[in-house]
Design a protein around this ligand. Structure first.
Ligand SMILES: Cc1cc2nc3c(=O)[nH]c(=O)nc-3n(C[C@H](O)[C@H](O)[C@H](O)COP(=O)(O)O)c2cc1C
Length: 323
C-alpha cells in the first residue's frame, strides 16, 4: 500500500496518475492504468464530435469499474470555447468522477464541473497558479516541472523546487509531474510533499499506448538530454523529443517566425498522422527528460507495479537510515 491524501480523496489504489495525452489518452491505455490501480485519463480533444466522445466514455466504463479522469486542455490551439460545457454534460451523464484541466485558469467552467459532482485536478506550473487553483475550488493540483513533456512553465522551475514549495503553499493534495518514471521518482516526490505523481512519457512507452512502435523505441533509446524546448516566442513553451521537426521549429523561431508560420509544424493534425505512420522525424512529439530513465516497453500494469514496489523499497531503505 502507498496511501496518501490523493489516494483517499480520489479513491485510487496507488498515487499514480496517467496524465492527459493528446491523441494517446484513449480508453485502451486509460483503462489499463486504472485497472492497474492508477488513475487513467482520457482526452476530450481526441474526440471533436460529441457522440464519439460519449462512445469513448461508454467504452471506458465497459473496460473498467475503477475511477478515471477526463482531461480538458485549455491551451490556445486546443481550447473548445463554449462547446466544452456540452462535453462536461456528457461526462456527467456517463458518470465521470474526475476532470483534469490544463493550459489556463479554468474558473469559468469550474461551476459546471462542481455542479456535476465531479472532482477537479488542475495542472499548473507555479506557486501563484496553485494558490489560485485552490481558491477557485480545485480538489488537487498537478505541478508540471521544467523536466515535463508537453508544456512546462515559462519560468523554467524544475520539479525539485516546485513540488517542495507548492506542497507548503497549499492545503489540497499536490501531484508531481515531470521527470518521474520509476519508484525512486515516486518516493522522491512523496518526500518533497507531493501526494502522488502524474506520468506521461513512461506510459507512452507502454504496450497499451496506441502510438507507433517507432516512438516507443525512440523513448527507450533516448537519453535525458534528447529533448528541446520550443515555442517560447509564442508564449506556449513546449518540451519535445529532439528531432528534425522540433529543431526546425526552434530555428524558425530564431528567425522571427509568426504563429501562422509555425502552425504547419506544431499542429496536432501533423502529429496525429505521424503517430500512426511511425514518421518519427515528421512531427513534434511531446517527451520529457524522463526518457533517460526508461529502458524498455512494458505493460501499464508492469509500470505501475514496478513503480510501487521500488518506491516501497526506497522508503523502507530511507527509514533504515533514520535509526
Ligand atoms: C505525447 C504526450 C502528449 C501530451 N498531451 C497533453 C495534453 O494534451 N494535455 C495535457 O494536459 N498534458 C499533456 N501531456 C503532459 C502529460 O499529461 C504529463 O503532464 C507529462 O507527460 C508528465 O511529464 P513526463 O512525461 O515527464 O512524465 C502530454 C504528454 C505527452 C508525453
Amino acid at each position: 500500500m502507498l496511501r496518501t491524501k490523493f489516494t483517499e480523496l480520489f479513491h485510487v489504489k496507488y498515487p499514480i496518475m496517467q496524465g492527459g495525452m493528446q491523441h494517446l489518452g484513449v480508453p485502451k491505455l486509460a483503462a489499463a492504468v486504472s485497472n492497474a490501480g492508477g488513475l487513467g485519463t482520457i482526452n476530450i480533444t481526441i474526440y471533436p464530435q460529441l457522440d464519439h466522445f460519449r462512445k469513448a466514455l461508454q467504452e471506458m466504463n465497459a473496460l473498467t469499474d475503477k475511477p478515471y479522469a477526463v482531461n480538458i486542455s485549455l491551451v490556445p490551439d486546443l481550447d473548445m470555447g463554449e462547446k466544452i460545457r456540452e462535453y462536461i454534460q456528457i461526462c456527467r451523464e456517463e458518470k465521470v468522477q474526475i476532470i483534469e484541466t490544463a493550459g489556463r485558469n479554468p474558473a469559468d467552467i469550474v461551476p459546471d464541473i462542481k455542479a456535476a459532482g465531479m472532482k477537479l485536478i488542475h495542472k499548473c506550473t507555479g506557486v501563484k497558479f496553485a494558490k489560485k487553483a485552490e481558491s477557485f475550488g480545485a480538489d488537487a493540483v498537478t505541478l508540471a516541472g521544467y523536466e515535463v513533456a508537453g508544456h512546462p512553465g515559462m519560468d523554467e522551475v524544475g520539479s525539485f523546487v516546485l513540488i517542495n514549495s507548492v506542497s507548503r503553499a497549499v492545503t489540497i493534495p499536490v501531484l508531481a509531474a515531470g521527470g518521474i518514471a520509476d519508484g525512486r521518482g515516486l518516493a522522491a516526490a512523496l518526500a518533497l510533499g507531493a501526494q502522488g505523481v502524474v506520468i506521461g512519457t513512461r506510459f507512452v512507452a507502454s504496450e497499451e499506448c496506441i502510438i507507433h512502435r517507432n516512438f516507443k523505441d525512440a523513448i527507450v533509446a533516448s537519453a535525458e538530454s534528447d529533448t528541446i524546448t520550443c515555442q517560447r516566442s509564442i508564449k506556449n513553451m513546449a518540451r519535445y523529443l529532439k528531432n528534425e521537426t522540433s529543431i526546425k521549429v526552434l530555428e524558425l523561431e530564431r528567425q522571427g517566425a509568426t504563429l501562422e508560420e509555425l502552425m504547419p509544424l506544431i499542429s496536432g493534425t501533423n502529429s496525429k498522422e505521424c503517430y500512426v505512420s511511425g514518421n518519427l522525424q515528421g512531427c513534434v512529439f511531446a517527451a520529457g527528460q524522463s526518457m533517460g530513465l526508461i529502458s524498455c516497453v512494458k505493460t501499464a500494469k508492469e509500470i505501475v507495479d514496478d513503480m510501487v514496489h521500488e518506491a516501497q523499497e526506497v522508503l523502507s531503505g530511507l527509514n533504515g537510515m533514520n535509526q
